[in-house]
Write a protein that binds this ligand. Structure first.
Ligand code: UGA
Length: 439
């Protein structure tokens, strides 16, 4: 099928590459000319494991093309996916300006009837607005709107796009559903679950899913605080809870909280939507409050163990909002970095992928590539992102290079017994601390 993609970010690019990989003829556009130049040169503008290979495979096969000009992308496309950003406005609602302009682009360039797919995360009711906007720009265009929210995770975007657990399609017209089935047929054959519903339900299901995942994380983080007060172990509790199939083991990892460009903004946007519809949903704000508290808790551990932050060197292991990405948007590590800098500490950060963007975001942060160099002379280290590289650190070497052997383990990557044996003061999250005399 001829498919057009508008918007080549963390959702649009994997979607484009995956659709090409399952046999479609995909043309994709973005307003960012630099991004198009990189892609046309065979380079992926952000770090996402396996994505460069998938893009190269698609372009080499002649099934994936990039152009800044929508006239190369929209005309002749049977289906156009809108994958533009919906960043928060000052009031926290999702900004839909890019959605409208994508609608206008489609209206101006479509050459025949077209199925327009909303992939971006949007508030319920957006599809109707989008349809009206397209009609306003082009009254005669035959257009069917579909909501097809994306559930892919950064760092796993390739496998999530090629092997999704579910494909959610909301539409009012049966022809639109039939077209979407043809788009996804190869993935359905591989076992993806097909769920079809109406437009508003599909749109709302995405906010409902992300908010619930965030709720699980905040629940685990609140439990971690209680475990620290009670002298209990949050990892064991999560295992007990997770063994119940009604709860499930995923997303119960206590730590420094969630970040990224999805959960924080989607939670606020969902709350604003509920408000606008006339339902007060304070649970959503509480999830975000507990998430902020996780960063405060890590900060307090550093402060209480070091006594004075002034003149102390604190090393942050991991800056990206999670492993497997160079994305630092809403990264808890950077919020912690700013707090420590405000408190007078010298803050050093290291990350296998996100050093450069983190430095651009927090210029006072010293960024050092090698973790051992970053730890050299540190009075305290904080594990902010659970990259496998940190779990594999040679603890004896780390112990020797640090000024004080103090590890605030905000992602619970180290086993307390190993840390005790290596002579560290180990302050994990929701687990019993180990304090070494003299630190
Ligand atoms: C999230 C959802 O998982 C995707 O299904 C969704 O498609 C995407 O948002 C989106 O709306 O586009 P993503 O933001 O890539 O995906 O990241 P996650 O893997 O969900 O992790 C989010 C945050 O939660 C990370 O900061 C992670 O470190 C944190 N987390 C996750 C925890 O603190 N504890 C956990 O147990 C799990």
């Amino acid at each position: 099928m001829r498919i057009g993609i508008i918007g080549l970010g963390h959702v649009g690019l994997p979607t484009a590459a995956a659709l090409a990989s399952i046999g479609h003829d995909v043309a994709a556009t973005d307003v960012d000319g630099e991004k198009i130049a990189l892609l046309s040169d065979g380079r992926v503008p952000f770090y996402e494991p396996g994505l460069d290979e998938l893009v190269t495979e698609g372009t080499a096969a002649g099934r994936l093309r990039f152009s800044q000009d929508p006239a190369d992308v929209v005309p002749g496309a049977e289906v156009v996916f809108i994958c533009v950003g919906t960043p928060p406005t000052a009031g926290g609602e999702a900004s839909l300006a890019a959605m409208e302009s994508a609608g206008e682009t489609i209206a101006r360039h479509a050459t025949g009837s077209v199925v327009v797919v909303e992939k971006s995360t949007v508030p319920a009711g957006t599809a109707e607005r989008l349809r009206a906007a397209i009609r306003r720009y082009r009254r005669d265009l035959e257009v069917l709107i579909v909501s097809n929210p994306e559930f892919l995770r950064e760092g796993r975007a390739v496998e999530d796009s090629l092997r999704p657990d579910r494909i959610l399609v909301g539409a009012d017209a049966p022809e639109a559903l039939a077209t979407m089935r043809r788009v996804y047929e190869p993935l359905l054959e591989l076992g993806a679950r097909w769920i079809e519903t109406d437009l508003r339900t599909a749109e709302l299901a995405k906010h409902a899913s992300n908010a619930f995942l965030a709720l699980k994380i905040s629940y685990a983080n609140a439990l971690a605080r209680i475990c620290e007060l009670a002298g209990a172990d949050v990892i064991d509790i999560a295992e007990v809870m997770g063994a119940d199939p009604r709860i499930g083991p995923d997303f119960l990892r206590a730590g420094l909280g969630y970040g990224g460009f999805c959960f924080p903004k989607d939670l606020v946007a969902f709350e604003r939507l509920a408000d606008r519809l006339g339902y007060r949903f304070p649970l959503l704000a509480e999830i975000a409050r507990i998430n902020d508290e996780a960063i405060d808790a890590a900060f307090q551990k550093v402060e209480s163990v070091l006594w004075n932050l002034e003149g102390k060197r604190v090393t942050l292991l991991g800056l990206a909002f999670k492993p497997g990405t160079d994305d630092i948007r809403f990264a808890p590590a950077l919020t912690l970095a700013r707090k420590l800098l405000d408190g007078g500490a010298n803050v050093v950060g290291t990350d296998p992928q996100a050093g450069v963007p983190a430095k651009a975001e927090v210029p006072d942060l010293e960024v050092v590539e090698d973790p051992y160099d970053a730890l050299s002379g540190a009075h305290c280290a904080v594990v902010c992102t659970e990259w496998p590289e940190y779990r594999a650190l040679d603890l004896a070497r780390v112990r020797r290079t640090m000024a004080f052997p103090v590890m605030v383990d905000a992602r619970n990557v180290f086993e307390p017994m190993d840390m005790a044996a290596a002579g560290f003061t180990h302050l994990p999250t929701g687990r019993r601390p180990i304090e070494q005399a003299g630190t």
